[in-house]
Design a protein around this ligand. Structure first.
Ligand code: DAK
Length: 258
């Protein structure tokens, strides 16, 4: 499907969604958010897609919600429109792994969008921030909650209260991103990770995603019980038999997602 604000390409089980509003640092306009949600839903429904990469440009992953579009809105407008709630649901509901490949600015809603993905690979040019305080607002799509869980209260408070940006090195040290790579290699690294994931059992990647995410939603005891039951359940799958048999036969497993 042709989109106005994103570019979508699928190659060998991996769909790459590129945010594409170069004149506005990929600011998250309502149109972009709607298209992004549609693209994620399409990739979710497409059986041949096993992993999704979400990325932006060399300059910006996304510099936040579109300030021009937001500036005219009243309290009643933002409350009734409930911007980003449905769109973020589409991303959070996706059961396939989503990698954020971030170069340049990931600010405000852009940082929050990256944190909604399953993990972040950052270019050495990446800059993360929650500068909403400079606009007289607070983060509104998970920044105060997700950043705090990822980097701890002190750094999260620092970011939200001062509005300063965090570079890629600091982001990796503090656990916001899984790895930092040279900017020129960002998409090669993200593709290699996505294709590596695509080789696994889709059944198992779905279970891994659900189980790790459970750690955000529940107590340690309940999370461990959930993990244990998922572990047990996978012994009912053909892919568990295939994975273990392949290991013992010293060959590559042929997973079928069953
Ligand atoms: N919105 C609209 N346009 C933006 C933009 C943004 N967020 N960021 C950049 N642009 C535009 C600039 O206006 C400029 O456009 P022209 O003037 O050329 O027409 C163009 O992109 C290039 O930007 P600059 O000239 O400023 O470029 P610089 O390299 O000097 O600076 C920058 C890059 C990214 C550091 C700077 O542009 C910047 O500080 N941008 C704003 C970053 C920001 O404050 N982000 C947070 C936005 S607030 C919610 C939904 C959403 C949200 C919250 C709640 N609910 C529904 C509950 C989210 C809120 C936010 O994200």
């Amino acid at each position: 499907m042709a989109y106005a604000t994103i570019v979508v390409e699928t190659e060998e089980h991996v769909t790459t969604i590129r945010l594409n509003r170069p004149d506005a640092m990929n600011a998250l306009s309502p149109e972009l958010l709607k298209e992004l949600a549609e693209a994620v839903e399409d990739a979710s429904k497409n059986d041949s897609v096993r992993c999704i990469i979400l990325t932006g440009s060399e300059k910006a992953f996304a510099a936040g919600a579109d300030i021009k579009e937001m500036s005219e809105k009243s309290f009643v407008d933002v409350l009734t429109e409930d911007l980003f709630t449905q769109e973020s649901e589409a991303i959070l509901k996706c059961r396939k792994p989503i990698i954020a490949a971030v170069a340049g600015y990931a600010l405000g809603g852009g940082c929050e969008l990256a944190m909604m993905c399953d993990f972040i690979i950052a270019a050495d040019t990446a800059k993360f921030g929650q500068p909403e305080i400079n606009l007289g607002i607070v983060a509104g799509i998970g920044g105060t909650q997700r950043l705090t869980r990822l980097v701890g209260k002190s750094k999260s408070m620092d970011m939200h209260l001062t509005g300063r940006f965090m570079d890629a090195e600091e982001a990796e040290k503090s656990g916001l991103v899984s790895r930092v790579v040279p900017a020129k290699k960002l998409m090669d690294e993200a593709n290699a990770a996505a294709h590596k994931i695509a080789e696994k059992s889709t059944l198992t990647t779905m279970v891994v995603k659900e189980t790790v995410n459970r750690s955000y939603e529940t107590t340690l005891r309940e999370g461990i019980l959930f993990e244990r039951r998922m572990f047990h359940a996978l012994f009912a799958s053909e892919d568990q038999t295939e994975g273990m048999t392949a290991f013992l036969e010293k060959r590559e497993p042929q997973f079928r997602g069953k």
